[in-house]
Design a protein around this ligand. Sequence first.
Ligand code: AMP
Length: 418
Amino acid sequence: MAYQSVKGTRDIFPPESSAWIHLEQRIRAHMDRAGYEEIRTPMFEDTSVFARGIGEETDIVGKEMYTFTDKGGSSLTLRPEMTAPVMRAWLQHSIGERAMHTRLYYIGAMFRQERPQAGRFRQFHQFGMESIGLATPECDAEVIALASDIYSDLAIPHVLKINSVGDTESRRAYRTALQEFLRGVADRLSAESQRRMETNPMRVLDSKAPQDREATDGAPHMLDFLEGDTRAHFDRVLALLDALKVSYMIDHRLVRGLDYYSRTAFEFVSDALGAQDALGGGGRYDGLAEKLGGRSTPAVGFAAGIERLLLVLEKQGHNVPPIVPTVFFIGMDEASRQWAFEQTIAFRRDGVRASCDLARRSLKATMREANRQQARFVVLVGESEMASRTATVKDMGQGTQESIAFDALAGYFARMHT
Ligand code: AMP
């Protein structure tokens, strides 16, 4: 074979592409009901949008970005996530001057140079939402409830884990206490965590290595360091989730990988996924606008992997309804073949899903093709039907057939369509 798709990327063929369309439509309907409007940003940005926004110490910026220098000498990066680009666009277009609160959502491809495995790709897709401009706990709860409702609507079993990563001050105090604790158990930590302990101690908590988890069992909890407003904010978010009947688990290890989070951090996981069990995650990121050179702006958001959603749906055997041609026209000689072709186009123009044979195959082979396309009706026309201007219509589901006058076909299918 001459060429293969690049490692970690996939081609999506029918019928899988129908599942994607179906899923995207469901997501859009939820977003629309909640007043989130779509934003589309470029596939690449100046590297510094991510380096500054997400933080140099993170896995994404440190190891996973597709960064290249273009012919003009600019350093550009394929987007590994959408929160920094959305905030960049929001600032660039001064959206905040026109509205105190902006609700945006996106669906699109992201790029990270991770080691490919089940549920992990180098080009993958996310949907997500960003609620920008307000610091109220209602915004956090709205985003979390919306994400949870999308999973519930799709019958995806999910568990919501939640924590607070505090504000700058409480995090600094926590970081010191955590570092002190980690130094005490350093000899039991993995090499990676021993290194992280100094640079990004909070990340040691979400290490998956069993030895790290054991060693950090007694680590101090971020929640014990929250004070005043930050504590009240977290309690209120939980109270709102209770009121909305969104169940959650407090997870003291949840710190999220990105630097820009503050206060609420959350993640949805699913048992059905295996090692890569994260369905999606998000949190409040009040510090991001400032990092990108804007004025301080509160915001909260969520991002979810689409491949992982589809993986769970597939494992559960959910069938996405195939997109089928409703009516398949078959002409049995030259004149009726042209009639079939004209009817196909005419019915399509009238909004009916219609198909016909373009390969001049035998009747038997054409019927096979109609079956392959899961046609609901087959309209058969030959010399005698052309003369009497009456078609033989087979209902493929029922296994019945009847004669319908050409003039009555449109009305017949319009009735059947509903
Ligand atoms: P993150 O921005 O890392 O929190 O990612 C949000 C969600 O995107 C994750 O929970 C996954 O569902 C999905 N995701 C992240 N990285 C990948 C990847 N390399 N391949 C597939 N899905 C991913």
